[in-house]
Design a protein around this ligand. Structure first.
Ligand SMILES: Cc1cc2nc3c(=O)[nH]c(=O)nc-3n(C[C@H](O)[C@H](O)[C@H](O)COP(=O)(O)OP(=O)(O)OC[C@H]3O[C@@H](n4cnc5c(N)ncnc54)[C@H](O)[C@@H]3O)c2cc1C
Length: 515
C-alpha cells in the first residue's frame, strides 16, 4: 500500500456525492495527481428531496465553476431569501416572523436589540432591522437583471428540483471536472491489514480500490456505519420529527407569483414546508411518529394544500422516514461520510446541504497528501463537525422551545425544558441579560451567526426584563439611524427590484451577466 493519496472514491451519487466530487475535483483535478471517481448503484436512486439551500451554495457553485444561469435553466431553480415562520408562536391568525439571510443593518455597530425593545417593541424585530422581510413580503427578487452572476443586492440562496440538481452536477463533474463515473452496486469491502479500506466490491465493476473513501450512501451509511460500525448519536429526545410526506403542487396559473422564501408553517402535528419553484410548489409535512399517524398527517397536508390555493386531488404524497441524529465520528481511518450518511436531523432551516458543502470544502482544503497525516486531519474534522451538529440541534430546538402553542402533545412536549439541550438552556439564561452575540458563537465558520439567533429568539416572542439589555455605552440615536437606514433601503429597493418570477424567467431566457 502506497502512502500517497492519489485516488478518492466517492460512493453514492445523490446531491452529497456529486457536491463532494465536484468540490474535490475542482480544487485538485487529475493534473495535480489526484483522481476522483464516483461510484453509484444502478439499483438505488438518490433520496430526491432537499430543495432549499443557503447562500453558501452560491459560493460552492462558483467554486466548482458552474455558471449560475445553468442552475436556473436546468434545475427549475428560484431565489430564496430566507424563511418565514407562520404559526410557530401562538398559531393565531397573522402569527408569523421572518428569518432573512441578510444581517440586521448596523448589526456590529450598535445595540439594536436594546433600542428595539426600548422604543419599537411593537414592530417585529426583523421588520425593523432589515429590508429583506419587506422584499420577501412583496415577492421581490434579490437582484436586478443587470447584477452579475453570483452577486447579490440582497443575500440569497436557492430553491431547486433536487433530482435535476444531481443530474446537472453529474454532467459538470464528468464533462468539465474530469470525475470518473462508475455504475456499480456495492456489495462488500476489502480491507488492508491495518484496517483501512482497500477497495469496495461491486456487482458490475468488481473491486474498486482507492486511497480515500467518501461515504455518500445516504441514510444507509454503508461504509462508515455498515462496514466500520461507527455509532449514532440519536437526537429524537430533542427533535422529535422522524417522518415526512412530500408532495408536488401545481400553481393555479402559469404566471402565479413565486415566493422568494421558504414558508414553514406550524401545524398541530408538526410543520409544513412550502417551496416555490418556477413550475410548481414543493410542499411537505414533517412530523413525529410518536405523536401522529401517517394518515392523520396526510389529511392535514392535503387540507393545508387546499387552504393555500392548491388542488383537492394531488397525487399520493411520498412517505419518508429518518432517525434524527448524527454519527459519533464522521471520519474514521481512510473513510469520511458526507451528507445523510453523516447525519440528518430534520429539514427545518435546510441545513443538510450546507453541512454537505462544508464537509466537502473541509475535506478538499485539508486533503492529506499522505496516509500518515490523515488521522490528524480526521481528528480535526470530527471535532469541527461534532461542534456543528450540536449547534444545528440547539438552533433548531430554539424554534420550538419558546412556542406558546399548547394545542397538541407535540407542542407541549417541545416546551418541556427536559427536552432542551444543556447549552441552549444556558444560552437562554444568558439572553435574559444580553442579546445573542458573537461571544456565544466563537468558531471561525459558525453555521448560524448570532444574528440568526436574534431573528428567531425575538420572532418567537422572547422578551427580557425591561431595560435588561440597556448598556451605558449605548447611543439610541445610533441604533435609530440604522433603523432608518433599513427603512430607506426598503423604500429604494422595492421599486428597483423585479418580482421573483420576472427575474427568473429573464435568467432562463437570457442568462446572467458573467464577469
Ligand atoms: C423530508 C426531507 C426534506 C429535506 N429537505 C432539505 C432541504 O430543504 N434542504 C437541504 O439542504 N436538505 C434537505 N434534506 C436533506 C437532503 O435531501 C440530503 O442532504 C441530500 O439530498 C443529500 O443526500 P445524500 O446524497 O446524502 O443521499 P442520497 O440522495 O440518499 O444518495 C445516496 C446514494 O448512495 C447510493 N447508494 C446506496 N446504496 C449503494 C450501494 N450499495 N452501492 C453503491 N451506491 C449506493 C445511491 O445510488 C445514491 O446515489 C431533506 C431530507 C428529507 C428527508
Amino acid at each position: 500500500m502506497s502512502d500517497a493519496i492519489r485516488h478518492v472514491l466517492i460512493v453514492g451519487g445523490g446531491s452529497a456525492g456529486w457536491l463532494a466530487a465536484a468540490v474535490i475535483a475542482a480544487d485538485h483535478g487529475p493534473e495535480s495527481g489526484l483522481q476522483v471517481t464516483l461510484l453509484e448503484s444502478p439499483d438505488v436512486g438518490p433520496i430526491g428531496v432537499g430543495e432549499g439551500t443557503w447562500p453558501t451554495m452560491r459560493d460552492t457553485l462558483r467554486r466548482i465553476g458552474l455558471p449560475e444561469a445553468e442552475l436556473f435553466k436546468r434545475c427549475d431553480a428560484s431565489f430564496k431569501q430566507g424563511s418565514r415562520f407562520d404559526g410557530w408562536l401562538s398559531g393565531a391568525p397573522g402569527d408569523h416572523y421572518h428569518h432573512p439571510f441578510v444581517l440586521p443593518q448596523g448589526y456590529t455597530e450598535a445595540n439594536l436589540a436594546a433600542a428595539w425593545l426600548a422604543q419599537h417593541a411593537e414592530v417585529p424585530f426583523a421588520d425593523l432591522v432589515s429590508f429583506q422581510p419587506h422584499l420577501c413580503a412583496q415577492g421581490r427578487a434579490p437582484k436586478q437583471a443587470t447584477t452579475p452572476e453570483y452577486a447579490a443586492v440582497a443575500n440569497y440562496g436557492y430553491h431547486f428540483d433536487a433530482g435535476k440538481f444531481g443530474l446537472m452536477l453529474r454532467e459538470h463533474c464528468t464533462q468539465v471536472l474530469g470525475v470518473r463515473h462508475l455504475l456499480g452496486h456495492m456489495v462488500g469491502v476489502d480491507s488492508h491489514d491495518n484496517g483501512d479500506i482497500a477497495a469496495v466490491r461491486t456487482t458490475e465493476q468488481g473491486a474498486v480500490s482507492a486511497d480515500l473513501f467518501v461515504d455518500c450512501t445516504g441514510l444507509a451509511a454503508l461504509l462508515l456505519a455498515g462496514h466500520y460500525g461507527v455509532g449514532w448519536v440519536p437526537q429524537h429526545h430533542v427533535l422529535f420529527n422522524d417522518r415526512a410526506l412530500a408532495a408536488q403542487v401545481p400553481y393555479p396559473r402559469d404566471d402565479s407569483p413565486i415566493a422568494s422564501q421558504t414558508i414553514a408553517t406550524a401545524q398541530p402535528l408538526g410543520w409544513t414546508w412550502d417551496i416555490g419553484l418556477p413550475t410548481r410548489r414543493g410542499v411537505g409535512h414533517v412530523y413525529s411518529s410518536a405523536h401522529a399517524s401517517d394518515d392523520e398527517v396526510e389529511r392535514a397536508l392535503r387540507e393545508h394544500i387546499r387552504r393555500t390555493g392548491g388542488p383537492d386531488d394531488i397525487a399520493t404524497p411520498r412517505r419518508l422516514s429518518f432517525r434524527p441524529g448524527y454519527r459519533q465520528q464522521f471520519w474514521h481511518r481512510n473513510c469520511v461520510a458526507v451528507g445523510l450518511a453523516a447525519g440528518f436531523v430534520e429539514p427545518l432551516e435546510a441545513s443538510a446541504l450546507a453541512l454537505a458543502e462544508l464537509s466537502a470544502a473541509q475535506i478538499s482544503d485539508e486533503m492529506p497528501a499522505t496516509r500518515a497525516t490523515m488521522d490528524i486531519v480526521a481528528r480535526r474534522f470530527n471535532d469541527s463537525f461534532t461542534y456543528r451538529w450540536e449547534r444545528v440541534i440547539d438552533f433548531l430546538k430554539l424554534h420550538y422551545a419558546l412556542t406558546q402553542r399548547r394545542d397538541t402533545a407535540y407542542w407541549r412536549d417541545h416546551v418541556d425544558p427536559a427536552t432542551w439541550p444543556a447549552r441552549l438552556q444556558e444560552l437562554l439564561a444568558l439572553w435574559q441579560h444580553r442579546a445573542p452575540s458573537r461571544h456565544d458563537f466563537t468558531r471561525a465558520e459558525e453555521l448560524f451567526p448570532s444574528a440568526s439567533y436574534q431573528y428567531v429568539l425575538f420572532g418567537m416572542g422572547f422578551r427580557p426584563a425591561p431595560g435588561a439589555y440597556a448598556r451605558r455605552a449605548d447611543r439610541a440615536e445610533v441604533a435609530d439611524g440604522f433603523f432608518r437606514e433599513a427603512a430607506q433601503l426598503t423604500r429604494r429597493m422595492l421599486p428597483a427590484l423585479p418580482d421573483n418570477r420576472t427575474l427568473i424567467e429573464h435568467v432562463r431566457r437570457h442568462g446572467m451577466l458573467r464577469v
